[in-house]
Write a protein that binds this ligand. Structure first.
Ligand code: BMA
Length: 339
């Protein structure tokens, strides 16, 4: 391998070889997509925008379950192969730091990131307006909500998988109370997951047409020898509404508000029937990767059309080279992001 992934090996990563005829970015969809179909749990109409990771030799995940009353919550799922998932029938039972039940009003687009010995679940929820909720667990039995990191409005929060310069680091996207016709990715640091500051601008929309309305964090960044590999979402507007694609960028390893490379082309855009047709058509929304440092294989999990979960595959060397070969960065990308 040309580049290195600094992460544990995951020998049982789900995988399918690259088929003939992949055009554009070197990424291909799992032939049996979607991996989670409609009505997966009693009382849940759709599971999409969800995050999974290796756990005790198998896989675990936090899933956005749109209940039949329309309210989204986080559900826990487990899998032996990261393709066939079994979901807990009940919502994740969040508690406060004293152990009392403390359920969010709603929770969507969860991410799951392990930092040191703790797993953090991050979602978008109501804090007198849409903002970011966070909980921690060590055993996937007790889920303790900790302080909300930001005031409204904010969405698309993604934690880095390790501290950088001694602090936790989170990407987020300040927004409005509606469907937000703007949005850049910012970064914030915390010594303790309670107090957040040292806010920096990472990168903005308006770069290319497919991401000209807004962008937001996607999967937790992957540490590599070239920097942090970030799959994020970019939004275009059309006469039929928003179109969500997946983009790729590489952030500086020690100062991740500096964008080293940013791919001018999308990595994945709605093309498959289950991406173009659904509750919200034309959406591919990345929330997690499973990645294997031994082989450089990456399995990317994304929500499709706010209806189902899709899976796509790529290899570290190819995707980094594609991002570098098609990189266009502007001043607002390469500067430290403080004004
Ligand atoms: C965003 C979020 C995502 C969703 C997308 C498309 O604002 O709500 O959960 O996938 O819109 O509807």
């Amino acid at each position: 391998m040309k580049y290195r992934m600094i992460a544990p090996a995951v020998p049982n990563i789900p995988w399918q070889e690259r088929p003939e005829g992949v055009k554009g970015a070197p990424i291909w969809r799992y032939s049996e997509n979607p991996v989670v179909d409609r009505n997966p749990v009693d009382g849940v109409a759709r599971i999409f925008n969800s995050a999974v990771m290796p756990y005790e030799g198998k896989f675990i995940g936090v899933f956005r379950g749109e209940q039949t009353n329309g309210i989204p919550y986080v559900y826990l799922g487990r899998s032996d192969d990261a393709i066939h998932w079994t979901f807990d029938p009940e919502k994740v039972p969040f508690v406060d730091e004293e152990g009392n039940p403390f359920m969010p009003v709603y929770a969507y687009d969860p991410r799951l990131v392990k930092v040191e010995d703790t797993y953090y679940i991050i979602w978008c929820g109501d804090f007198y307006g849409a903002s970011i909720g966070v909980a921690k667990t060590k055993d996937f039995k007790t889920f303790i909500r900790i302080e909300n990191p930001f005031i409204p409005f904010n969405r698309n929060a993604v934690l880095f998988p390790r501290k950088i310069n001694g602090n936790f680091v989170m990407l987020s996207r300040p927004s409005d109370s509606g469907h937000t016709p703007f949005g850049d990715i910012f970064l914030s640091e915390s010594p303790d997951m309670t107090y957040w500051g040292k806010h920096r601008h990472v990168m903005g929309a308006s770069h290319e047409w497919w991401e000209s309305v807004k962008i937001g964090g996607g999967a937790a960044p992957i540490e590599t020898s070239e920097g942090w590999l970030l799959f994020y979402h970019g939004v275009a507007t059309t006469c039929n509404g928003f179109v969500y694609s997946i983009g790729g960028a590489i952030l500086d390893i020690d100062h991740p508000s500096i964008v080293k490379y940013r791919c001018e082309n999308f990595i994945l855009t709605p093309e498959a029937e289950y991406e173009e047709r659904g509750f919200v058509p034309n959406v591919v929304f990345p929330c997690a990767t499973i990645h294997d440092s031994e082989t450089g294989r990456i399995a990317l999990y994304y929500g499709a059309a706010d209806s189902v979960v899709g899976l796509a595959f790529c290899e570290l060397d190819d995707i980094i080279d594609y991002i570098k070969d098609h990189s266009v960065v502007r001043d607002t990308d390469t500067e430290i992001g403080r004004r």
